[in-house]
Design a protein around this ligand. Structure first.
Ligand SMILES: Cc1cc2nc3c(=O)[nH]c(=O)nc-3n(C[C@H](O)[C@H](O)[C@H](O)COP(=O)(O)O)c2cc1C
Length: 255
């Protein structure tokens, strides 16, 4: 089994580790010359962005070839996933992947413009993450067939929201980032960025090819990077994941 994962703050990485198989980091493999993958089971684990897929997932699916008997996908989300998985199904159809299993799992929401991480952490237990995760792991082990559907009204609504959302966040979304005096040029932001969008000389410079994942903001050891509009300055990393794992998965500079 091959499990492809993209994760900014560790939720999706934790889920991927629990599902198991050979783990591949999408920010790394997307830059390989040869992107042809074959196995009995191939799966994708990633966060929901604006009721749809992160741009990196769409790009990776379009730029690669996959052959498997069983395809699965798990989307982590923090509040409302809406028809994010329909976006996946549609993208799958465009590239010749017919998914056998799609599911979503409610975790801590890392979207700083709308949520305070401290509130999210207080609600974490009520999300029953482990119960849902055990179900997903067992479903995939038993090769269950299940597609998560939300209906055509939700599908249409999600598509509109996702397109608007992406216009706001992609590429120049990093113009909303503010670097404060506490920055000591440690380069963690550069290393956790899955798009090589940050170059630190004295202070981080954002290169306007941002995917809006906020990894740089959440992982800054000095809490020196902020959004112009954020609900609070508390930051998040999934408790089962270490910063070094995010660096290993996302770093585009040191391979
Ligand atoms: C840019 C962005 C957009 C997001 N959009 C949604 C969303 O539409 N619905 C939702 O429930 N959560 C949304 N979230 C929250 C993440 O999907 C959620 O916290 C996810 O588990 C993070 O996964 P990660 O830790 O692997 O990066 C968004 C987060 C970011 C950064």
């Amino acid at each position: 089994m091959k499990t492809f994962v993209f994760s900014a703050t560790g939720n999706s990485l934790y889920v991927a580790k629990r599902i198991g198989g050979e783990l591949y980091s999408i920010p790394q493999v997307i830059n390989q010359e040869k992107r042809e993958f074959e196995d009995e089971v191939i799966g994708f684990v990633f966060p929901c962005y604006g009721f749809g897929l992160p741009r990196m997932i769409v790009d990776f699916l379009h730029m690669s070839k996959f052959k498997a008997e069983y395809f699965y996908a798990v989307m982590t989300y923090g509040n409302k996933a809406a028809s994010g998985l329909k976006h996946l199904e549609n993208t799958g159809e465009e590239v010749g992947i017919k998914f056998d299993y799609t599911n979503e799992i409610l975790m801590v929401d890392n979207y700083l413009p709308l949520f305070k991480i401290e509130d999210q952490l207080n609600k974490e237990d009520s999300k029953k993450i482990e119960v849902k995760l055990e179900q997903i792991v067992s479903d995939i082990q038993s090769r269950r067939n299940l597609l998560t559907k939300k209906g055509i009204v939700s599908d249409a609504f999600s598509k509109v929201i996702h397109n608007l959302f992406m216009k706001k966040h992609l590429n120049t979304g990093d113009k909303q980032f503010i670097v404060q005096e506490d920055c000591n040029s440690c380069k963690v932001c550069e290393k956790v960025c899955p798009k090589a969008n940050i170059k630190v000389n004295f202070k981080p410079v954002f290169l306007h090819r941002c995917d809006g994942c906020y990894a740089c903001i959440h992982h800054c050891p000095h809490n020196a990077i902020h959004l112009k509009y954020e609900r609070s300055s508390t930051r998040f990393i999934n408790r089962n994941v270490k910063l070094q794992e995010i660096i290993n998965a996302n770093n585009q500079y040191i391979k």
